[in-house]
Design a protein around this ligand. Sequence first.
Ligand SMILES: Nc1ncnc2c1ncn2[C@@H]1O[C@H](COP(=O)(O)OP(=O)(O)OP(=O)(O)O)[C@@H](O)[C@H]1O
Ligand SMILES: [Mg+2]
Length: 348
Amino acid sequence: MDAFDQEQNYFGLDLGNSSIKVAQLRELHGRPTLVTYGDIDIPENLMASDSQIDQDKVAEAVKQLANDANVSSKNVIAALPSTSSFTSIIKTPRLSHKELGESIAYQADKYIPMPIDQVKLDWAVIGDNPGEDELTVLLVAAPNNVATKYLNIIQKAGFELLALEVNALALARSLTVPTQTALTTMIVDIGTSNCDIAIFTGQVPQIVRSIGIGSKAMRRVISQNLGLDETQADQFMKKFGMQEDKIEGQVFKTLKPVVDHIVEEINKSITFFVERNPKTKIEKIILTGGTSALPGLPLYLANSAKLTVEIGNPWVNISYPADMQQTLASISLNYATSLGLALRNFVK
Ligand SMILES: Nc1ncnc2c1ncn2[C@@H]1O[C@H](COP(=O)(O)OP(=O)(O)OP(=O)(O)O)[C@@H](O)[C@H]1O
Ligand SMILES: [Mg+2]
């Protein structure tokens, strides 16, 4: 592992739909070590908006947060929500790096459901088994307008964007242990507006999917079906969640169709993966994102997907002062993305 030089010095930025999070690490005694972290709430809908005024508000929030958290770098790696990107895992013949770049650019339109001149394309070799004729390549495409929006926000906040990375890849880096290369796990990140579902062997992605469901949709159905205002609906969601034995299962029954959308997507992903990898066992589901705190959700998902479900610990690969343990544990669900981005330069 190289020491961080100026070029590598950066912080991770997660522009979430309800809050923005930052995290910065450095190397100390060969371990990624926490420098700083922080978050700031933003009104829902702000990140989804394309208006200049709203983007300026996001930029202002980023600036304030970076200042409050005392980040010591101008460089940023930001997460791209999986819902606004296309990810494809493809097989290609064994080629040199240059030839591979040309070949991928040439055939990308077969895999990307958008005109190629309207996307920003990126790729990485994720499977290079010397015994095989083919390479496995991860192809990522972000629509130009999304990439430009992120770039504008970050520049307006006074920072330099080094890279945009798909959320799911950052999650694997923070929530799995890099030495467990043979372990296949599913990571599910349920936030405010999005739910990302991905399967990894070690930290190598096998499937990445995303649906536009999160606590916002849950709050909305509770409010509509039970005739509650937004604040009350939020309280009911957080208090009763997916617990069938609470208030005669009223909240459970209301939330079930929404949660079942997530279950359906999880099960589709499992089926897809198992069909292609019949010998590989998915060990467990690692749950993250603020909405994972929905009471009864881990148990409901475990029963529905017939897999062990555990809450992810994004601090597992990071050193921090012992007296911060409780504080950091209490924000685990919200920091998997920003910490995964911050870990990027430690993984070689
Ligand atoms: N106990 C709970 N039950 C359900 N949802 C909860 C609970 N506690 C927090 N949340 C929800 O978690 C969300 C915040 O999580 P997170 O920080 O992962 O979202 P985000 O990253 O901003 O959203 P997205 O990933 O969709 O952009 C809030 O919308 C909040 O309502
Ligand atoms: Mg999020």
